[in-house]
Design a protein. Structure first.
Length: 121
């Protein structure tokens, strides 16, 4: 692979790992980045020796660099992630067997959103 293609692949992988790590922290929430015409890697692309490094980096980004906490509002999270990655991001909340957008409750913090999702299962 050329250097540019390899860099783009790693960036797409990292975005996917950030999505997964956020969902580990808040199991009733998920984030999705705007695709921008790029194909997101599937789960098989995330396996391998570099995955643990990417997971550690993703968790560090979320919890330490961006200081994402239970008190962080959805709108603040979306803005912070968009500034880092340059792509729009949206938070979804689990509602039964479905994921629903949180546009109407963007002023709720992540704990409120996650707790509400837990109540709806």
């Amino acid at each position: 692979m050329g250097a540019y293609i390899m860099k783009a692949h790693v960036e797409r992988q990292f975005v996917r790992v950030v999505e997964n790590e956020f969902n580990r922290i808040y199991p009733f929430l998920k984030i999705e980045f705007e695709k921008n015409g790029n194909i997101r890697p599937d789960a098989a692309d995330l396996e391998g020796p570099d995955y643990d490094i990417l997971r550690t980096r993703a968790r560090h980004l979320l919890q330490e660099e961006l200081n994402i906490t239970d008190a962080t509002k959805v709108s603040e999270l979306e803005t912070a992630l968009q500034q880092v990655f340059g792509n729009a991001v949206q938070v979804f909340r689990k509602s039964g067997n479905f994921w629903i957008g949180t546009r109407m409750t963007r002023d709720w913090n992540l704990k409120q959103q996650n707790d509400h999702g837990r109540e709806l299962i």
